[in-house]
Design a protein around this ligand. Structure first.
Ligand code: ZN
Length: 631
């Protein structure tokens, strides 16, 4: 139930390297970081920590009693509705408790009492799951015929719980007996360990190389430093950063390989135990996503590689590289702005409002309401959590948003992205009962990335000079490369390594590096003479945390393609396309995401959304060509 948006934001949008930079630079009495207007008010959730604790204790007592309803669901439609209503109400209250606990913990991760409260919320979540674990087997035992008869007798049961019940019945063939389910649940803790081992190694025990850059700067290359210094304009510096960072990973190829292999083995085991034909089918089952969507994505990215090559050749030319483009040349900005652009909070609000005006008055009204409330924790503070996210899980309250604003373009882009999630939650929560309000990631990222695409267009249109326009056009190209091509390459890598295991072959770090090298060469055009891939950088797979979430990253790539087709349609058709988009957001989780998309006029199992995205990418490059000729 809790959104993964913290992870999404930290991924789609690179986390700022020096969280204290903004407050240090502006550290005066008028520091906006200290203005209460830029700090969220958790009093909308609970007036005091004591009020939170009292509600927690009450709910814990109630949940502890939930096994007493066992065996009552099939008695009548009214009984089924009453029990589900009680459980749903507990879930809603638990969400609200958890939101408060999580947000409070993120205000300052060093305060032990706040971390303990967050841990309490997680414990209560586990308790709710344990005390209602009998529910799905009981619904399956009651059977589809009787469930449907109950729904016929009780329209409220159908309206609020029809989708939920249908989803349980759909999972019937993949639900095991009580004993086997118990074994799988126990095994789950062990099977979830690769993620922990990875984090221990990658974020903890992995030695960090020390380097000295061309200007004498000494750098310890942790992940944040790698992401910062790989953007250096000096090419020797970029090469140094890449060489040192990946050499560090190279020493642990076997360990990273064994860890990721264990993850893949766990996914294959769980898929087979639940009678799925393969791990991809198992991973896409929850969303009822046709595997053809995943396969279409991969084949479309491959078919459109010439567009990526065009961008890489443009990048090579603009960076003034005379020999081959290298993998370490990808992160340096292709165009520099005359001055780094700066945006105050008021400007960010104004721009977000203008950018999304295309969605119509209902959207704008929600945005205004949100801006007027104290929903945001905007600026960096000592101890505050990194990155940015929106949390819309407190159904009866309102969304909350965490940022680490630096007033730069990255921050503005994050601002419109996360507010895209927030208005999505507001629209879904207003249109749907609690039970069907929560939407899937597949839809969520469309709402937020669409805003980023519109922002790019807006910035180009509103830039005073050529240099500014080029800067924003360059950023648009990078957004498409990293969100579409790079994520699809990851998705293809995941398919390949699962395939090795499912065919019964041995997987290892060395094998993964070989597979990854093949993909890098293909995506970046090694044989075509576009980019020369140094095999030392083929360890990159070892650093991607998302490979421990199963088949997950593909949703970023589908989202930007879907967003491209949707925003194109709105620009072309106006109101009818706009209304389809708003209806899609209002649908929340009332249907499966592929179906919700189709109702908005988009079939993600076809080439169309990808054609829209590639047309956008080519149009940006045409624009750059024209501007450069004018110079
Ligand atoms: Zn997002």
């Amino acid at each position: 139930m809790f959104s993964l948006k913290a992870r999404l934001a930290a991924f789609a949008i690179s986390v700022a390297v020096a969280p204290q930079a903004a407050s240090a630079a502006t550290g005066s009495a008028a520091d906006p970081a200290d203005d209460p207007a830029y700090m969220w008010d958790l009093g909308d959730l609970y007036p005091t920590p004591d009020a939170w604790r009292a509600e927690y204790n009450r709910l814990q007592k109630e949940i502890s009693n939930f096994e007493s309803y066992k065996g009552t669901l099939g008695q009548s439609a009214a009984e089924m509705l009453a029990v589900l209503d009680r459980f749903s109400d507990a879930r809603k209250t638990l969400n609200r408790l958890a939101v408060y606990a999580m947000l409070k913990a993120d205000e300052n991760v060093k305060i032990a009492a706040n971390q303990e409260r967050a841990q309490s919320a997680r414990t209560l979540d586990t308790l709710l799951q344990a005390k209602t674990a009998w529910l799905s087997p009981e619904v399956l035992a009651i059977g589809a015929e009787k469930v449907h008869a109950f729904e016929h007798q009780s329209p409220e049961l159908k309206k609020r719980f029809g989708f939920f019940l249908g989803d349980i019945l759909r999972a019937g063939p993949h639900t095991l007996g009580v004993e086997a389910e118990g074994v799988l649940a126990e095994a789950g803790t062990v099977l979830g360990q690769p993620d922990n081992i990875f984090s221990q190694l990658a974020s903890g025990e992995l030695p960090r190389p020390e380097i000295t850059l061309s200007d004498g700067t000494k750098v310890t290359l942790d992940q944040a430093a790698y992401e910062k210094y790989r953007q250096r304009p000096n090419r020797d510096d970029r090469k140094l950063v890449f060489d040192a960072f990946w050499a560090g990973f190279g020493k642990f190829q076997g360990t990273f390989g064994a860890t990721l292999t264990t993850q893949v083995l766990a996914e294959v085991f769980q898929a087979r135990a639940r009678h799925f034909p393969d791990s991809l089918s198992a991973a896409t089952f929850a969303d009822n996503m046709p595997v053809s969507v995943y396969r279409t994505l991969v084949s479309q990215a491959n078919a459109n590689l010439p567009t990526l090559y065009r961008y890489l050749n443009l990048r090579k030319k603009e960076l003034g590289i005379t020999d081959s483009l290298a993998y370490y040349d990808l992160y340096a900005p292709i165009f520099d702005p005359p001055q780094p652009p700066k945006y105050s909070v008021d400007e960010s609000k104004r721009i977000a409002r203008e950018v999304t005006a295309i969605y119509g008055p209902e959207y704008t009204a929600f945005l205004d309401k949100g801006f007027a409330g104290r929903w945001m924790n905007l600026f960096p503070h000592p101890g505050k959590a990194d990155g940015a996210y929106m949390n819309g899980a407190a159904y009866d309250v309102h969304p909350y948003l965490l940022f680490n604003n630096h007033d730069d373009y990255e921050s503005l882009s994050t601002f419109v992205h996360e507010w895209g999630h927030a208005v999505h939650s507001l629209l879904a929560n207003k249109a749907q009962p609690f039970e069907t309000a929560d939407y899937s990631t597949f839809i969520a990222e469309t709402a937020s990335i669409a805003n980023e695409l519109l922002l790019n267009d807006y910035m180009v249109a509103h830039s005073p000079g050529k240099a500014e326009k080029l800067y924003f056009l360059g950023r648009s190209l990078e957004l498409i490369r990293t969100t579409f091509f790079r994520q699809t390459m990851f998705a293809e890598f995941q398919l390949a390594i699962h395939d090795v295991v499912e065919k019964g072959d041995a997987l290892s770090g060395e094998r993964m590096t070989e597979i990854y090298c093949g993909l890098l060469r293909k995506y970046y055009g090694d044989a075509e003479g576009v980019t020369k891939i140094d095999p030392h950088y083929c360890l990159e797979w070892a650093y991607i945390l998302h490979f421990y979430y199963g088949f997950y990253v593909y949703q970023y790539a589908t989202s930007i393609a879907g967003a491209a087709q949707l925003t194109d349609a709105i620009a072309r058709e106006g109101a009818p396309a706009r209304d389809r988009f708003i209806a899609m957001l209002k649908a929340g989780g009332s249907d499966y995401p592929y179906e919700i998309y189709k109702k908005a006029g988009i079939d993600m199992a076809t080439a169309e959304p990808y054609a829209a995205l590639m047309a956008r990418m080519n149009a940006i490059m045409d624009r750059i060509d024209v501007l450069q000729r004018e110079k």
